[in-house]
Write a protein of this length. Structure first.
Lengths: 287, 293
């Protein structure tokens, strides 16, 4: 029984992280109406930036290293938009997607060039967790949950209580209409990139704390974030949150039944079932 | 230049021409953003490798590989073709990863990460294609066959529907065409020929492992199609010649061993950047399609 409880807890934990990825992905989808294939690489670089600033030349402690890591991930996100996506915003979708895929590949191999393909960790020693309800809960895991909650509150406040958030929601609702109503759409788009990159960075760091760092970590998490996005309804921020948690739970409960080698395939399996069951929801997403 | 190296280069180019032509049917002619095409290349390679390793004649193994690749394409296309545009792209991207996981995890069948060594050279009608010139002949034969079949397909009424779907789905549906069925056809034909390329590749290298079927292959073949000119008959051919020449020749430069750790990611970064630059400055590629976008 405690085994099951532990699995549920681990699932919620992973779900929190996926939710952060999915929220970032869906934010960009909302304003620009395309799936950012390089979102996984924002996640990966976010985690590696922290690694960089905690590593030898700098040696900052985690809370301080977080600041430049966030800064550089956001810079990367804005740079992505400025140099790869903005020049082809009016082009057809295939062009945009192929560019995004190329960008994802470029960034992934960039990380491999600097850090190699091997698994890395932040090098914290593993501490014994507290025992609550027969479950083992470590400080890292508490940190993951608390950080996710903080992120969600911040996103909520920005989105529903600030003028910028309101303009972003307007842009994601209808770009043209927002523009003629005098909303600064450029600023809203830029803000979406900032928020999306920041969420990716935090999520990537949390994931790396929970597991490890590897240049290939972006791709598979992009697929998971996408599955979560589909589950929650595309462009729906809070749906993405819920979808992420469901994916996390399904993964950790799923491995009780099937081989752990397929853990990463579970999100994809859910996606396929979902597509077979309720396709109408997914039609007409392209305007 | 060494003769063997020259032959090797052309065999690789021809295999990638087949692979790229099959993707071109989907991406270039039908407008399907298939980002997991390597999956069918892998399925073809594994199917025929496993069968021939169990003493099944090559002719049968080849047919089986094409059928299995086509059938897995069919199975995947049913859920994913209900998606449009980017969603289809990401679903296929995921599928490419899942297939690799199957190769990696089903150790009883595929020997997992150990891979399959000693894949026999093909024997067609009791003629054994063992040496490099013989293998080159075999790949030339299959490349011409693929070229002709795909040209026939794209010029047929079905091919015209493919192009119509690429240009405007709604109008094509309004003309009474079942878009879903035509997309499945395009996807299955593409998968079959990807399976052919995979089979030829597996029997050429004689060793396959899950690590051979990664996103790199997908990117490479997509880059070939995009560079050459998607939706054109000769685009994939020129694209493959340029890119495979670049890739394989790097492999034979006498570079210090400690460079290789940096060389592979650098080369792949070039591929990634090339995709972005092409999309920004010349999305139509080297050859411009007639009447297409």
């Amino acid at each position: 029984m405690s085994f099951l409880l532990q699995s549920i807890f681990n699932g919620l934990l992973a779900g929190c992280i996926y939710a952060l990825f999915a929220m970032g992905l869906t934010l960009i989808y909302g304003v620009l109406n395309f799936v950012n294939f390089a979102h996984g690489e924002l996640i990966m670089w976010g985690a590696y930036f922290l690694y960089l600033f905690m590593g030898t030349p700098f040696g900052f402690p985690l809370p301080i290293a977080l600041i430049p890591a966030l800064f550089f991930t956001i810079l990367l996100g804005i740079g992505m938009d400025r140099f790869a996506f903005k020049p082809i915003r009016q082009a057809n979708r295939l062009t945009l997607l192929i560019a995004a895929l190329g960008l994802s590949f470029l960034l992934r191999n960039g990380a491999q060039l600097f850090w190699g393909a091997e698994l890395r960790t932040y090098g914290f020693e593993i501490k014994r967790g507290w025992r609550i309800l027969n479950m083992s809960i470590t400080i890292n895991q508490m940190a993951i949950i608390i950080t996710t909650l903080i992120c969600i509150v911040i996103v909520y406040l920005l989105f529903h209580r600030s003028k910028l958030g309101k303009s972003m929601r307007a842009v994601s609702d209808n770009l043209e209409l927002a523009r003629v109503s005098g909303i600064n759409t450029k600023k809203a788009i830029q803000f979406a990139w900032i928020l999306s990159s920041a969420l990716a960075c935090v999520g990537g760091i949390l994931l790396a704390l929970d597991t490890n760092l590897q240049p290939g970590m972006g791709l598979i998490n992009l697929v998971k974030a996408f599955a979560a996005t589909l589950l929650g309804g595309v462009g729906n921020l809070w749906g993405a949150l819920l979808g992420g948690i469901i994916i996390g739970l399904a993964e950790n409960l799923g491995v009780l039944v099937i081989s752990t080698g397929y853990k990463d395939a579970i999100a994809f399996g859910i996606m396929v079932i979902l597509l077979l069951l309720r396709p109408p929801v997914l039609y007409g997403t392209q305007e | 230049m060494n003769v063997d190296l020259f032959l090797h280069l052309w065999i690789m180019i021809l295999i990638y021409i087949i692979f790229a032509m099959s993707l071109n049917l989907e991406v270039g002619y039908t407008g399907l953003f298939n980002f997991g095409h390597v999956a069918f290349f892998g399925v073809g390679a594994y199917t025929s490798a496993l069968l021939t390793l169990h003493q099944v004649p090559f002719e049968l193994a080849l047919v089986a590989a094409l059928i299995v690749a086509g059938f897995s394409g069919f199975l995947l296309s049913i859920p994913s073709l209900k998606l449009r545009g980017d969603y289809f792209g990401i679903a296929t991207l995921g599928f490419g990863e899942i297939i690799r996981m199957v190769f990696q995890n089903e150790v009883w069948l595929t020997k997992g990460p150990m891979g399959l060594p000693g894949i026999p050279k093909p024997v067609l009608f009791s003629y054994r294609f063992a040496t490099l010139p013989q293998y080159l002949l075999l790949t030339i034969g299959f490349t011409i066959l693929t070229f002709l079949v795909l040209r026939f397909v794209t010029r047929s009424p079905m091919g015209r529907v493919f192009k119509a779907i690429r240009e405007d789905e709604v109008s094509t549906a309004a003309l009474g065409k079942n878009i879903f069925h035509f997309k499945i056809k395009s996807f299955v034909i593409g998968s079959v020929f990807a399976g052919l390329a995979g089979t030829l590749w597996g029997h050429y290298t004689t060793f396959i492992s899950p690590g051979d079927f990664t996103l790199l292959e997908t990117i490479l073949v997509l880059l070939i199609v995009v560079l050459g000119g998607k939706g054109t008959e000769w685009g994939p051919i020129w694209g493959a010649i340029v890119l495979i020449f670049f890739q394989e020749s790097l492999r034979f430069l006498k570079l210090p061993a400690e460079w290789t750790r940096y060389l592979a990611p650098l080369q792949q970064m070039i591929f990634g950047s090339l995709l972005i630059f092409l999309m920004i400055y010349r999305p139509e590629g080297l050859i411009r399609g007639k009447g297409g976008r």
